[in-house]
Design a protein around this ligand. Structure first.
Ligand code: NAD
Length: 264
């Protein structure tokens, strides 16, 4: 282990069986935090990868669209590790269609998973965070929004609405905890090459009859001036910074890591 800034702390990262959530979980584990993973698909490999970093790790398979399952996950984390000190609200899905064609059930699912789940996990985590550090309070809530929490793109109505909502929830949570040791901030990535984005690259390639490489080039070229993907590790390092002592008075920000996307 390189560093142990977060030894003794527990981080729960929703949607951490792949992509950005797993990247963030690994960077927090490298700082010594015990980890609660969550998400769908194979969880044995990510769990073993985290444990190999020398920390304790556990998994709960709550479906983040279901408030009762989120409650069960938060109870599981408290029973397993005592308390959640760092909550990373990361689980998210995407669906692309014009407003008039957008399936209502996809709208409901995106709002539930990308926005309401953060409300439920936060409301359940905050009481123990307030009681931490002898009642002075300590906690970090990090909401993985998106550059789409700051600006819009066509055909992403539910996602853009949910991510703008998540930035709003971040600000309210930060205000309500402003005099405590709990901070709440949002991270707003541009393009990150994860399964969620690979599906959009594949759809673009299929729709236009172009190669995957060309679809990737076009995807970046349309929005991201750096023409580079941000990596899950880079996002994890920003989360680590928010957890550091230097981050104690960063409150309610929506910090984009987007290759210049929102600067245009
Ligand atoms: P991903 O598809 O690789 O990972 C999503 C994770 O969420 C997986 O672990 C999946 O199992 C889990 N998940 C999905 N539905 C769930 C549910 N109902 N309950 C529990 N877990 C569920 O996606 P990603 O790209 O790593 O995205 C992670 C977050 O980052 C999302 O909130 C996404 O909106 C956001 N984001 C991604 C990008 C990007 O370019 N990839 C950019 C900005 C923001």
């Amino acid at each position: 282990m390189l560093n142990a800034m977060l030894t003794g702390k527990t981080a729960l990262v929703t949607g951490s069986t792949s992509g950005i959530g797993l990247g963030i979980a690994k960077q927090l584990a490298k700082q010594g935090a015990n980890i609660v993973l969550n998400g769908f698909g194979d969880h044995q490999t990510p769990l073993a990868d985290i444990q190999a970093l020398g920390v304790q790790a556990a998994f709960h398979g709550a479906d983040m669209s279901q408030p009762t399952e989120i409650e069960a996950m938060m109870q599981f984390a408290a029973i397993t590790f005592g308390r959640v000190d760092i909550l990373v609200n990361n689980a998210g899905i995407q669906h692309v269609a014009r407003v008039e064609d957008f399936p209502p059930e996809k709208w409901d699912a995106i709002l539930a998973i990308n926005l309401s789940s953060a409300f439920h996990a936060s409301r359940l985590a905050i009481p123990a965070m307030r009681a931490a550090d002898g009642g002075k309070g300590w906690g970090r809530i990090i909401n993985i929004a998106s550059v789409h929490g700051l600006v819009a793109s066509a055909e992403k109505a539910a996602y853009v609405a949910a991510k703008h909502g998540l930035v709003g929830l971040t600000k309210v949570t930060a205000l309500e905890t402003a005099t405590t040791g709990i901070t709440c901030n949002a991270i707003c990535p541009g393009w990150v090459l994860t399964p969620l984005v690979q599906k959009q690259v594949d759809a673009k390639a299929a729709a236009q009859g172009i190669s995957n490489e060309e679809a990737t080039r076009q995807l970046l070229g349309e929005k991201e001036p750096s023409l580079q993907f941000t990596t899950p590790e880079e996002l994890g390092d920003l989360a680590v910074f928010f957890c550091s002592a230097a981050g104690q008075n960063i409150r309610g920000v929506a910090w984009n890591m987007d290759g210049g996307w929102a600067a245009q």
